[in-house]
Design a protein around this ligand. Structure first.
Ligand SMILES: Nc1nc2c(c(=O)[nH]1)N[C@H]1C(S)=C(S)[C@@H](COP(=O)(O)OP(=O)(O)OC[C@H]3O[C@@H](n4cnc5c(N)ncnc54)[C@H](O)[C@@H]3O)O[C@H]1N2
Ligand code: MOO
Length: 306
């Protein structure tokens, strides 16, 4: 479990005296006690009876710092030029105050904090937001039938679901909207529409901005003609940011439904990013193949996860 230090990255030791001590060694000893690399702890102030340290990172592993006061003092006392007086202790404001906890109290705080974090993750994972997309939907030319279907399906599966609004046809704007929803604590973001090969389609690119390792298997692939088709085909996307999933489904209603049903079934099975993307894409590819059997269009290619 990691704790955010919320800018309070300093701690200090009182009742300590230094005599020609090597500050590099002093910092390294404190770092080692907290299982941090030596270069991530720095001595930032030495005054009579006091040495102050700064941890050069925002997040620390909770288990590595909580209750480590004795360990820090023991390692420092072993160094040449360091003398600890009676009453020597570690102090800190903010989260690093847990360094000074007695080991039993530290264990209790860690357990409570872990339970809290689990509770928050569970709640976030069950909060979903659904976004429609496209100028024709914004203009009211077509009715958004995808979002109501997806929202109802999510609610039925136990997700507390909100409608996130209609996304514009712009990758940066879409990425910003999705990022906003992540910050609001949504653990499942679903977009519908904008996964095609036209220059107005940006859902996949927006998800790739937030998770460059998103899985984006092809549903259908062709050579771009740069008139209608600016990209190599139609994809879906499954990305992950922290504990949150981001999923881009197609706009055509039947495909949005099929993609949504597959997504929920895949989540229920506990599929990870790549397997989930392939599970959704497989169904859409299959559907496309069947539709095209009658029309005689080129077949879709197998998908991939970069
Ligand atoms: N059954 C079909 N499936 C697909 C077709 C098709 O013609 N018939 N075309 C394929 C191709 S080619 C592409 S490209 C993709 C398009 O997927 P997109 O995700 O890019 O979808 P959009 O261009 O945004 O919209 C496609 C279509 O769906 C309507 N739409 C969009 N959003 C909604 C919504 N929220 N509710 C209802 N309908 C929506 C939109 O007006 C367009 O008519 O699809 C392949 N599959
Ligand atoms: O609308 Mo689709 O861009 O692949 O033809």
């Amino acid at each position: 479990m990691e704790w955010d230090l919320l800018e309070k990255t300093t701690f200090w030791i009182d009742n300590i005296e230094l005599t020609a001590a090597d500050l590099g060694q002093v910092a390294a000893a404190a770092a080692a006690a907290m299982e941090l690399p030596a270069q991530e702890v720095m001595v930032v102030d030495v005054r009579p009876g006091l040495v102050a340290f700064d941890i050069l990172r925002r997040r620390v592993r909770a288990e590595a710092v909580a209750g480590k006061e004795k360990e820090i003092l023991r390692r420092l006392a072993d160094l040449p030029g360091v003398t600890l007086k009676p009453g020597a202790a570690v102090h800190s404001e903010g989260v690093l105050g847990v360094i000074a906890l007695e080991p039993e109290a530290a264990a209790r705080v860690l357990a409570e904090s872990a339970a809290l974090a689990r509770g928050i993750s569970r709640a976030v994972a069950r909060r979903a937001a659904v976004f429609a997309s496209g100028a024709e939907v914004i203009a009211g030319k077509i009715k958004d039938t995808n979002s109501p279907y997806i929202i109802a399906a999510l609610e039925k599966a136990g997700y507390r679901t909100s409608f996130g609004g209609i996304l514009e046809d712009d990758a940066v704007a879409v990425a910003n909207r999705l990022e906003g929803a992540l910050e609001e604590g949504y653990g499942l973001l679903i977009t519908t529409g904008g996964v095609g090969a036209e220059d107005k389609d940006f859902s996949i690119e927006a998800i790739l901005r937030l998770d460059p390792e998103a899985c984006t298997p092809w549903i259908l692939k062709f050579k771009p003609d740069y008139h209608r088709h600016h990209k190599e085909g139609v994809r879906i996307a499954v990305g992950q940011v922290g504990i949150a999933r981001l999923v881009a489904l197609p706009g055509p209603h039947e495909e949005a439904r099929l993609g949504c049903d597959r997504l929920l079934a895949g989540l229920e099975q506990g599929l990870e990013k790549g397997a989930l993307a392939e599970y959704i894409a497989g169904a859409l590819r299959e559907r496309w193949r069947n539709v095209m059997k009658e029309g005689g269009h080129e077949d879709g290619l197998p998908g991939h996860c970069r």
